[in-house]
Design a protein around this ligand. Structure first.
Ligand code: CTP
Length: 131
């Protein structure tokens, strides 16, 4: 059983999120997703997510390609999460390329290309500009 683990905020779900989750799932038998807590997102990105962590977990759990979801409370615990969830493979978007290589002692690490021209930040900007 190959268990794939990935992490992200997944706020204001868009097709780039769904595509990376589907591609991650296709690399193994089960996909486990660590969804950033509201607090963690604030410390990482300097803003509160639009959707609460409860709703983001609910939405990600509802996707067909996702088997399990947990809340990622701290970036420092990545190694613990990978061990706890018995990861065979860690998948991250290539915006993080090279930054998780330290976990190669725990599992395989793969960076997948991001879907071009879409992000949560951009969607929020577009909505803000609607008069
Ligand atoms: N992702 C992707 N393609 C995109 C946007 C995101 O593959 N166009 C991936 C990221 O690489 C990450 C996961 O989706 O592995 C979750 O990313 P997240 O940071 O939640 O989404 P963004 O849209 O990048 O959010 P933001 O604009 O707030 O940084």
């Amino acid at each position: 059983m190959r268990r794939v683990v990935t992490f992200g905020t997944f706020d204001v779900l868009h097709v780039g999120h769904v595509l990376i989750l589907e591609r991650a799932r296709a690399l193994g038998d089960q996909l486990i997703v660590g969804v950033s807590s509201d607090e963690l997102n604030f410390s990482k990105k300097g803003r509160r997510p639009i959707y609460s962590q409860k709703d983001r977990v609910h939405i990600i759990s509802a996707l067909r390609c996702v088997d399990e979801v947990f809340i990622e409370e701290s970036l420092e615990k990545k190694g613990d999460y990978l061990r706890e969830h018995r990861a065979s493979l860690l998948v991250m978007g290539d915006d993080w390329a090279g930054r998780f290589d330290e976990f190669k002692s725990i599992c395989e690490v793969v960076y997948l290309p991001r879907t071009p021209s879409i992000s949560t930040t951009e969607i929020i900007e577009v909505i803000r500009q609607i008069p």
